[in-house]
Ligand binder design. Structure first.
Ligand SMILES: Nc1ncnc2c1ncn2[C@@H]1O[C@H](COP(=O)(O)OP(=O)(O)O)[C@@H](O)[C@H]1O
Ligand SMILES: [Mg+2]
Length: 336
């Protein structure tokens, strides 16, 4: 029944398999402990609350039903919402990822609008291996939700916590996948605008996907910043956004350079204690010149990163394809 886990290259995960078995049982009206498989007798706690199993004493999350989905294990959360591993009741044995708004914010107009925008973007994007496929979006059982393909990968920041940093080749491959995802969005008329480790999922086989369409804008909108609120991670934000200037694909290249530096070294390029100071540093004269910070890298790689992260957009690569070619040229060849 759970062969889809293997199809997706997911490493063995007995706890998650048990959770899905538990979800399957929900369709028959039973709630099973995800640890020992015992039936949990009623009364059941409110959805998404925790309860102890009487048999093994371990904690279980009480599932939440939204439309055709049973939301079970949390996959992650960010500033906007929470994403859960969910069972799709219309496709037995199929898991997906369902994003809902944070509890306190779930009916705030701005949040609802953002999630609806995410649903719209996910719906119109063509299927792409570096983006989560669209399953369904809408409103059901009191929740706005976006159901998408479950990417069984590890977040880049979590991966770096265990590994310290990635090799040069691994970083280049991840960056090329990110550029492919960005290009697919661009071809549909969108600028992604939220490149940061928390939105990057690296599958066990290395295929990398970009999630979270919360900051996506149309190209036309991105080019007209008047009146827009500043949003984005201060560590990865392009300087033109901080200054309220137009953004275009070259802005994504700046953030990509920051992400690559982070993957290569395990550290963000700027480590200012104060976030505000950090944002100012992106636009002010840097105390430490970029070239000095990049000294620890191979000169050819440092030169490409410097080009990606130039302060002025017209000093960066002119487009995503040119940047991709520069990264590809750095990969080892058969002669190396
Ligand atoms: N399709 C997915 N498959 C697996 N995990 C996901 C998926 N989408 C998001 N996540 C996880 O959920 C987290 C929060 O999702 P995200 O869309 O980034 O929310 P937010 O807008 O709040 O930042 C991500 O950092 C990631 O760990
Ligand atoms: Mg996010």
């Amino acid at each position: 029944m759970f062969s889809f886990l293997r199809n997706l290259g997911q490493p063995a995960n007995p706890a998650r398999d048990a959770r899905l078995r538990q979800l399957q049982a929900l369709n028959d009206g039973d709630i099973l402990c995800s640890h020992c498989g015992s039936r949990l007798p009623p009364p059941h706690p409110a959805p998404l609350e925790m309860r102890d199993c009487l048999a093994c004493g371990k904690l279980n999350l009480s599932p939440l039903r939204i439309g055709r989905f049973w939301l079970a294990e949390p996959l992650g959360s960010g500033g906007m919402g929470s994403v859960y591993l969910a069972l799709d009741r219309q496709r037995p044995g199929t898991a997906c990822a369902v994003k809902i708004l944070s509890r306190g914010d779930k009916l705030k107009l701005r949040r609802v609008q953002t999630l609806c925008k995410e649903i719209l973007v996910a719906r119109v994007l063509p299927p792409h291996p570096c983006l989560p496929g669209f399953v369904e979006g809408g409103y059901a059982d009191g929740e706005y939700y976006l159901a998408m393909e479950w990417i069984p990968g590890e977040r880049l920041d979590e991966l770096l916590e265990t590994r310290g940093h990635l090799s040069e080749t691994q970083t280049l491959l991840v960056a090329l996948h990110l550029l492919a995802a960005e290009q697919a969005m661009l071809d549909a008329g969108f600028l992604y605008r939220d490149l940061k480790p928390e939105n990057i999922l690296v599958r066990p086989g290395g295929y990398t996907a970009l999630v979270d369409f919360g900051l996506v804008l149309t190209l036309e909108h991105a080019a007209n910043p008047a009146g827009r609120r500043l949003a984005g991670s201060p560590y990865f934000i392009p300087p033109e956004r901080v200054m309220g200037q137009p953004e275009d694909p070259r802005s994504e290249l700046y953030s990509l350079g920051q992400v690559m530096y982070y993957a290569l070294t395990g550290q963000t390029l700027y480590d200012a204690a104060e976030i505000e100071e950090l944002v100012v540093r992106h636009v002010a004269r840097l105390r430490v010149p970029l070239s000095q910070k990049l000294q620890q890298l191979r000169p050819e790689l440092a030169a490409v990163l410097q080009h990606l992260m130039a302060q002025q957009p017209d000093q960066r690569y002119p487009d995503l394809a040119t940047a991709a070619a520069a990264l590809f040229a750095l990969l080892p060849t058969a002669a190396d």
